[in-house]
Design a protein around this ligand. Structure first.
Ligand code: GLU
Length: 424
């Protein structure tokens, strides 16, 4: 197997530029008015805060935190909070804009936002993470609100962090406000089905795309890059639908087994092994980059941004790419992939199952009512399938990729809302 050097940092595409390049193409095809283009190309609000946190050794460390609200014309802004060493303003800006497009593609009444703190939660104790999350929440107290801006988990955060956020916010309001954040633990008003929602949406859109491409799931092979919340659930649900998941990966590398990887064994191994697949005995270890170029039918990048680049795109062998991560494909790779005839279900469609069930969680919190898992899954599956069909139709009509079609659907909805609301 050939080893592909990771792209040097200078070659890395700025995620905001990657987003803008697709936004630009789709806007031109739509004939978007220049003034609306100008409104949408800049985020509505960008907040940067310093967060002093007492570490376990008694020292005080200052972290930098961000919250970017890209747009709120469709409703309160929505988007996760990322705890990761690479977090920076440009990344958060791109992720916030992607949330605007994502919510518009699946037609839920939210704008887009994203937050993040540059930190390494893997090297922090639970107490340090809790103090950081509480400090972040307090610094955003005027930004967050169930009718204003509603955070959720993203890379490096999960239900535990959302519980701390909800608690800290509620203390400042003098009452319990569970609708201020989604992705909470079930006992705090989290929705059934939210944990697996993003992976489930990846599965639903993969199945819809396979049907169009006439790929028989029972004969199809698959590789899933990333074994966090999105990747592990996508791998499990795709294998339940008949696909043979031949490779999975995490930060420690990639693991390949021609006969298929037993999902339950991989999860059990990871959970008993400090959260890493390192040393997973049921598969051959290969380079982390090689997972992208394996001879499989379906490739699910579910790790992070900018992993499919102009450098490795030509070597991709999959017939279908379903983007579980946000921004896994650089804009320069788009044309290479398109010319190779590979179909891509883009991030703003494929991974929208997470925010869709976040929306259901918020609706349930506001109703003071709980839906069954079956109801959540049926409704989110229908939203994902309808969104896929809508994007597919636009792609055929304009003879563009599913990615550009998804941007067109989203931008058109936002632009129409501006037209009716006016007010500039
Ligand atoms: N962080 C997730 C995403 O990128 C979920 C956002 C949400 O549920 O608000 O879609």
């Amino acid at each position: 197997m050939s080893y592909i050097e990771p792209a040097p940092l200078v070659d890395k595409e700025n995620p905001f530029e990657a987003m803008m390049s697709r936004f630009h193409t789709a806007s031109q095809l739509l004939g978007l008015e220049e003034q609306i283009y100008n409104v949408l190309k800049t985020p509505a609000r960008q907040v940067i805060v310093s967060l002093p946190v007492t570490m376990d050794d008694g020292s005080i460390k200052v972290f930098e935190g961000y919250r970017v609200i890209h747009n709120t014309i469709l409703g309160p802004s929505k988007g996760g909070i990322r705890f990761d060493p690479h977090v920076n303003l440009d990344e958060v800006k791109a992720l916030a804009a992607w949330m605007t497009w994502k919510c518009a593609v699946v037609d839920i009444p939210y704008g887009g936002a994203k937050g993040g703190v540059a930190c390494n939660p893997r090297e922090m104790s639970a107490g340090e993470i809790e103090r950081l999350m509480r400090a972040y929440t307090l610094s955003m107290i005027d930004i967050f609100g169930p009718d204003k801006d509603i955070p959720a988990p993203d890379m490096g955060t999960g239900p535990r962090e959302m519980a701390w956020l909800m608690d800290e916010y509620s203390r400042t309001q003098g009452m319990t406000v569970n609708a201020v954040v989604t992705g909470k633990p079930i006992v705090l008003g989290g929705s059934l089905g939210r944990t697996e929602a993003t992976g489930r949406g990846v599965m639903v859109s993969a199945m819809a795309a396979m049907e169009k491409l006439k790929i028989n799931p029972y004969k199809a092979t698959c590789a899933v890059q990333g074994f966090g919340n999105v990747g592990s659930w996508a791998a499990k649900l795709l294998s339940e639908r008949g696909l043979k998941v031949q490779a999975i990966s995490d930060l420690s590398g990639a693991y390949y087994n021609e006969d298929g990887i037993d999902f339950n064994k991989a999860v059990a191994y990871r959970d008993a092994n400090k959260g890493t697949l390192e040393g997973f005995p049921e598969a051959e270890k290969i380079s982390g980059n090689d997972i992208l170029t394996l001879p499989v039918d379906v490739l699910v990048p579910a790790a992070t941004e900018d992993v499919i680049t102009a450098k490795n795109a030509a070597k991709i062998q999959a017939k279908l790419i379903v983007e579980g991560a946000n921004g896994p494909t650089s804009s320069k790779a788009d044309s290479v992939i398109y010319e190779k005839g590979i179909s891509v279900v883009p991030d703003i469609l494929a991974n929208a199952g997470g925010v869709t069930v976040s929306y259901f969680e918020w609706v349930q919190n506001r109703l003071g009512y709980k839906w069954t898992a079956d109801r959540v899954n049926r409704r989110s599956d229908r939203i994902m399938k309808d969104a896929f069909d809508n994007v597919y139709k636009v792609a055929l009509e304009y003879k563009v990729s599913l990615r550009i079609a998804a941007y067109m659907v989203a931008i058109d909805k936002v632009a129409k809302t501006y037209k009716f609301r006016g007010g500039f």
